[in-house]
Design a protein around this ligand. Sequence first.
Ligand SMILES: *Cc1c(COP(=O)(O)O)cnc(C)c1O
Length: 394
Amino acid sequence: MKDKQIKKLIKAEGARQKKVINLIPSENYCSADVLEALGSIFDNKYAEGYPRKRYYGGQTYTDTLEDLAKDRALKLFKLSADKWHANVQPHSGSPANLAVYLALVPIGGKIMGMTLTAGGHLSHGQKVSMTGKAWQQISYGVDPETEVLDYNAIKEQALKEKPNLIVAGFTAYPRMIDFKKFQEIADACGAFLMVDMSHFAGLVAGGVYNSPFDYADVVTTTTHKTLRGPRSAIIFSRRDKKMGEKDISTLIDKAVFPGLQGGPHMSQIAAVAVALKEAARPAFRKYAEQVVKNARGLADELKKLGWKVISGGTDSHLVLVDTWMNGKGISGKEAEAKLEKAAIIVNKNTIPGEKRSPFDPSGIRLGSPAETTRGKKEKDFRKIAQKINKVLRG
Ligand SMILES: *Cc1c(COP(=O)(O)O)cnc(C)c1O
């Protein structure tokens, strides 16, 4: 590379990544093949539209590429192309969610999503997000005692509020989600059910987390978290589901382009295709199993050392810890800073029923995907827990 400044920064970031223990649950290390596709000459090509319906010429290989990525997406999650449609063009998770709402919820309509402090994502209708300005968020939380989803309470609220769409799938919720219960709730109030599996898509692909596909109308996912691909997103939609006269999959395609985006990032789509094939291998199943084992080991050890683990543990890749413990411990912001000095990277996070602020919340969020990619096992994660304990109490 001739650009010395950028080259230096890339090198420095590489060294930083190598040096630290990365416990950010939404991060991962994708393969060299994924990066090669991402940096490929497909980046030079404009391909506005969809395969065989483009606005520019020269699409011989882009059409094949996009079709392949869609096929691989369906295959990985064992979906038949008669029943499900995949859109691989969203540039990232938030625009994917925005596209679904644009397609299925009239402006001003109601999106029922989890509140931020309990583990919801900004793009599930939070006020500061476009999704909370164009639509009204009906927010639900978790049971204050058990810190897990209370399906009866959610159902009661849904029947009262009659949202247009319910979002299940969160950004800081460590437990298993019962998608069948969510489907019953959505059916009871006449709402669409969208599952945002951004965080746990890799665990679904690896067969260690409930699959939402038997129950949801739409499934969105990022591809760069547990799925271990490039930064991107996919929207899956049921072909037989309609809104009025129209198929929802057609409406969603139109919402992505021309509704929200222009040309698809073809190099990104190439990289997604590579990652989807990697995730279909038996080795990825092993990886997903290890991710959950490692997170469980981390949670268990932290509990033994006297830390308050939200909901008492985890069924996934993610562990939420109340470090503040009503003033007996330290704040999430302080914990994050102290750990970074010890080369352990985590992110501060709100906890259910948060009494502090999102900028200096009561907890931290930890995850196992990145370090599991680097080959760490349960005993390593128990050691990491001991190191965290020492740093936080030091
Ligand atoms: C990460 C995440 C997103 C957004 O992804 P971006 O690519 O950062 O826009 C959306 N929903 C959930 C649940 C997430 O965890």
